[in-house]
Design a protein around this ligand. Structure first.
Ligand SMILES: [Zn+2]
Length: 702
């Protein structure tokens, strides 16, 4: 799934995997109400076009991002409970989260329907930190006891299956149902690498001063967590070293993040017998029957080298080493439902050290995220009634149609493409499906049992509920109407197997989409967002899938060569961009052009077709791109609106982490990288050829 912006999905993804930094409010006394500093307050979204955000002392032709965002960046430091703060994404997300919280808070006290009772109880259980203190580690004891009882590594898979079946999965790989990459009508079982806790394999493997220091702090963190769980300091240190030993070995056999972007690298259909030869010590069928997967003959093994390595590790490591690893993974994934001391320690490492976050996220906000993640289509039903008028849907339909028209025009006029490939590209575009706002049919949550006094149990039951929902898809027709994001989410995505573009209600508001703004401003923001998702269908990864969502080469060999020459240009360009400068023993970090290629291609293409759609719309209205509103021409307003979508401040810690893990470039380069590739920008601002934002040579794919 290709999302528009990773950081906004990060929180939700973390909530699913419970992998990092779910944190507790820093209130001195643990009560069910947040302290004053973390009280929910309403947030107003940013304006759709804001001249006061501009830094007039900067030259748009030298550094457009600084020009469009400079004053905003200066006046909007990162709030203490965030690792980055963006003018559009963060502020609108906070506005949505506040409205969602109001709904949850009401449902938790005065529910008026069974659905409200369910999500109100989920939220209420999450907020009851008094009860978590009282219970201490006791809810986790039965599961810890199961791990302690493991006698030898031959029974490891049986134990993993047993824990997963009960909703306390610490399985060192992930699995689930997915569309077959080469036959999108089929839903098949797939397994992929996993089992590590740090953000990327480099954290375990790179031997520079920065990562060596982080590994030291990580060891101290795990040791502290084991101590909190009752170990003596000696035991804790020993167990922590064992846990890191397993994680490091898993990191070594994991596929690099950039390599995973090529779908051919992650497609390996095998029989169960093949898989047994590959990974004999894993005894996969034992695991599959524990999680109640219906019988299968074949599966997709996304990274065979990983499973070979995992099997060797099961055979070679002692049972005690594995037990320490499993214990660590269990405590780590449960920090959100344990007493405050666990949250605080988790926050100190994953929030502060790795992310540069100064204060934990307030509890009410975390619990709102968790509830949205667990019961998003229940909460969302009421949310859209109040926050997504039918007129927004109608306006979006029009905008999407305008962008489709300009992408068709772009494909028709691309200089490097042959007729044969052009026909295929047009066929793919014609098969795009658009989903706008929220699902036509809401999910049924009646099988999810929620208890007001049992947060850990709720999370466990939710895990089982989600897995059953997923595994039940095996062999069934694909549900084209299913959504991968909840309605209030401020984001968008393209799915190559579905060949669909998806825009949740949450993003269809100012500053992205403003019914009162002029076309230049709307096309610069939501128009660019729509164009971005469409272009994903044709980026280095999307272009390997056809209109039916099947992995199939549809470009001629010569066209693919031309395409790759053009994407290589973008790889080199973005490789040169600095994500964080050298300072205090920290090396200079650059973006990874190959990791971010798909997103950069989508940013560049999306901007170009949004501009074309704006020209069409202005022509229909007998207006010109050079017409002025206030101080700016329509073209200038378009580019400023575009840049202001990406204004942000980020901690240095997150900037360094994201350079390794995020397929999206940071706001500065999402802006400057794109405008310096687009002739019309230099013309709009009267730049001289050869200035940084109007270079003599630039890159263009679409
Ligand atoms: Zn994207």
């Amino acid at each position: 799934m290709h999302v528009l912006s990773y950081r906004n999905t990060l929180k939700i993804a973390l909530a699913i995997a419970v992998l990092a930094a779910p944190a507790l409010a820093t209130a001195q006394s643990i009560t069910t109400t947040a302290d004053s500093s973390s009280k929910p307050i309403p947030v107003s979204p940013s304006k759709s076009f804001d001249p006061t955000a501009i830094d007039k002392s900067a030259d748009p032709c030298t550094d457009f991002y600084q020009y469009a965002c400079g004053s905003w960046m200066k006046n909007n430091p990162i709030p203490a409970d965030q690792t980055s703060w963006g003018r559009s994404f963060s502020v609108l997300s906070e506005a949505n989260i506040y409205l969602l919280w109001k709904e949850l808070d009401t449902a938790a006290t005065k529910p008026t329907s069974p659905l409200q009772q369910q999500y109100g109880d989920y939220y209420g259980a999450c907020m009851n930190t008094d009860l978590l203190e009282k219970k201490g580690l006791s809810p986790l004891q039965p599961t810890l006891a199961r791990i302690s009882a493991l006698q030898n590594t031959k029974d490891l898979t049986h134990l993993l299956g047993d824990l997963a079946a009960n909703g306390y999965s610490v399985t060192p790989f992930s699995s689930g149902i997915t569309q077959d990459l080469k036959d999108s009508t089929k839903q098949i079982f797939a397994i992929s690498q996993g089992g590590t806790s740090l953000p990327d394999r480099d954290y375990y493997l790179v031997d520079d001063q920065h990562f060596t220091q982080i590994r030291k702090q990580y060891l101290a963190h795990i040791t502290k967590m084991f101590t909190l769980a009752g170990d003596t300091p000696e035991q804790a240190a020993q167990e922590a070293a064992a846990a890191i030993k397993i994680e490091t070995a898993l990191a070594k056999v994991s596929m690099d993040r950039t390599a995973q972007r090529d779908p051919e690298n992650t497609y390996h259909i095998q029989t169960l017998a093949d898989f047994h030869t590959l990974a004999p010590a894993l005894e996969l069928p034992t695991y599959l029957s524990a999680i109640k997967l219906r019988p299968i003959d074949t599966l997709d093994v996304t990274d065979p080298e990983f499973f070979k390595g995992l099997s060797a590790l099961i055979a070679s490591e002692s049972v005690d080493t594995w037990k320490s690893y499993l214990r660590w993974r269990l405590i780590h994934r449960e920090t959100f439902s344990l007493p405050k001391a666990f949250y605080d320690e988790n926050f100190a490492f994953f929030g502060k050290t790795l992310g540069g976050q100064l204060e934990p996220t307030p509890r009410w906000k975390e619990c709102t995220y968790y509830t949205d993640n667990a019961l998003g289509e229940a909460v969302g039903q009421d949310w859209v009634k109040q926050n997504f008028p039918p007129t927004s849907k109608a306006s979006m339909d029009k905008l999407v149609a305008a962008l489709e028209k300009s992408l068709a025009e772009d494909i028709k006029t691309l200089p490097w493409m042959s007729e044969a490939t052009r026909k295929e590209a047009e066929a793919k575009l014609a098969l795009f499906r658009n989903k706008i706002g929220y699902p036509e049919k809401w999910r049924d949550y009646s099988a999810l049992k929620v208890q007001r006094d049992d947060l850990m149990g709720n999370l466990a039951r939710q895990q089982v509920f989600e897995r059953n929902y997923d595994l039940n898809k095996l062999g069934k027709p694909v549900d084209e109407k299913e959504w991968g994001m909840t309605p209030p989410t401020v984001n968008a995505y393209y799915n190559p197997s579905m060949n669909d573009i998806n825009f949740p209600a949450g993003i269809l508001q100012p500053p992205f989409f403003d019914p009162n703004a002029d076309p230049a401003v709307n096309f610069g923001s939501i128009g660019m967002v729509i164009g971005h998702e469409m272009t994903h269908g044709f980026d280095d990864e999307g272009s390997k899938f056809d209109g039916k969502g099947n992995l199939r080469e549809w470009q001629t060999a010569e066209d693919r060569k031309q395409f790759t020459e053009r994407t290589d240009c973008e790889v080199k360009e973005y490789d040169s961009f600095v994500a964080s400068p050298a300072h205090d023993n920290q090396p200079e970090v650059h973006l990874k052009g190959a990791l971010t290629l798909g997103e950069n291609t989508a940013d560049n293409g999306g901007m170009r077709i949004a501009y074309m759609a704006l020209l069409d719309t202005l022509a229909e209205q007998h207006k010109s791109i050079t017409d002025k509103t206030g101080d700016f021409t329509a073209a200038q307003r378009f580019f400023i609106s575009f840049a202001q979508t990406w204004c942000e401040n980020t901690t240095d810690e997150l900037a360094r982490q994201a350079a390794l893990t995020d397929e999206h470039s940071p706001g500065r380069w999402r802006t400057n990288g794109v405008v310096q590739n687009f002739e019309e920008f230099g013309k709009a601002f009267g730049c001289k050829k050869g200035q940084p934002m109007y270079p003599a040579h630039s890159c263009r794919v679409w």
